[in-house]
Design a protein around this ligand. Structure first.
Ligand SMILES: CC(C)(COP(=O)(O)OP(=O)(O)OC[C@H]1O[C@@H](n2cnc3c(N)ncnc32)[C@H](O)[C@@H]1OP(=O)(O)O)[C@@H](O)C(=O)NCCC(=O)NCCS
Length: 326
């Protein structure tokens, strides 16, 4: 018995910030941001908006497409580092917002790799026969964790949520395998102190001090990220006995278009086999892969029985990949 994704959804905050909007606040330029990252715009939370509401919206869409009611779920797993509380978990808040009681709900904290990790945990527990219908969400609001005076990080992140509904199913389709890795020794390449939840929105009066905002060693992280994404892609394909050339579409974490192209080049993959939407959303952390998956399905880039590969790396450092027969 394996697990198969039978419904996906995505939701974003309403406020769109273009590179031109950022030019008015920071010493940066549309040209620098586009050429160094591929990002043209991103969506950000504003005061009064709740990331739990956005995750609930994405979840309802995924549940509708799966033809399931919230009450039919047996577990909720959320990949996130953006809970407003130390506890309760984001997943418990989402469970309440969906009007469900009495099912296990928990978060998986792996920063930008959060959805990859959560999907792997869901698949393993479903294979073990623990649950039959699981909601897996990736959601983050890293725009609320940057120092808005720090141009090196403020331009990179956007907010959002992507959801998927998995059901247990025998047969060849579904999650074929996952590989998860982490390297705690590199924790200080990308980190943020735990303070303030998502209250420090783009427009908020309260601001994160530089010390409490995202700290990132970008160029070093760039080089490691490329190697990690390549490594985990090869490992998951090997583990499942699949050749890279048989993969129809790779949906990578959308941190930077240059990282994505460098990974594709090292893997010898044609650009049209790699999905990119970082231009429209920026780096949405754990939301990026499930948002990309939902968009790729909507654009008919994935057909039944296609082999698709999801991969990501992020703070921790963490990295991982899932291989799926759609
Ligand atoms: C952050 C990143 C885009 C920076 O690109 P880069 O080409 O490495 O640029 P550098 O950091 O070397 O900076 C080059 C110059 O641009 C400047 N710069 C940085 N951000 C800028 C901005 N937003 N606008 C204009 N100039 C900027 C720097 O100050 C530096 O100027 P200097 O040479 O005068 O000091 C890139 O390192 C990256 O994507 N790293 C990985 C980030 C990542 O993946 N994070 C999330 C992982 S999940």
């Amino acid at each position: 018995m394996g697990s198969r994704i039978v419904g996906t959804g995505r939701a974003l905050p309403r406020t769109r910030l273009s590179n031109q909007d950022l030019e008015r606040r920071l010493e940066t330029s549309d040209e620098w941001i586009r050429t160094r990252t591929g990002i043209a715009q991103r969506y950000v939370l504003v005061s009064g908006e709740s990331l739990v509401d956005i995750a609930a919206e994405a979840s309802h869409i995924a549940l509708d497409r799966a033809g399931l009611a919230p009450s039919e779920l047996e577990a909720i797993i959320v990949g996130t580092v953006s809970s407003d509380f130390g506890f309760p978990s984001f997943a418990c808040q989402l469970q309440h917002r969906l009007g469900i009681t009495d099912i296990p709900s928990f978060d998986v904290a792996a920063a930008c790799s959060g959805y990859i990790y959560a999907l792997s945990v869901a698949d393993a527990t479903m294979r073990a026969g623990e649950w039959g219908r699981v909601l897996v969400v990736g959601t983050d609001a890293l725009s609320t964790m940057v120092d808005w005076n720090d141009r090196r990080t403020a331009v990179l992140f956007g907010d959002g949520a992507g959801a998927s509904v998995l059901v247990s199913e025998p047969g060849p389709r579904g999650v074929l395998g996952s590989v998860l890795r982490s390297a705690g020794e590199h924790w200080n390449l990308l980190s943020v102190r735990n303070a303030a939840g998502t209250r420090c929105t783009f427009d908020a009066e309260i601001r994160r001090s530089a010390d409490n905002a995202i700290q990132m060693r970008g160029p070093e992280l760039f080089r490691i990220a490329v190697r990690m994404m390549e490594d985990v892609t090869r490992r998951v394909a090997d583990k499942a006995g699949v050749r890279l050339e048989d993969i129809a579409l790779i949906l990578p974490h959308q941190a930077n278009a240059r990282i994505i192209s460098a990974v594709a080049e090292r893997l010898g993959l044609n650009g049209d086999k790699v999905f990119i939407n970082v231009d429209r959303y920026g780096n949405t952390s754990a939301a990026s892969v499930p948002i990309a998956l939902d968009e790729a399905l909507e654009a008919h880039r994935i057909r039944d029985n296609d082999l698709i590969l999801l991969n990501a790396c992020g703070g921790g450092l963490t990295w991982g990949a899932n291989l799926i027969r759609w």
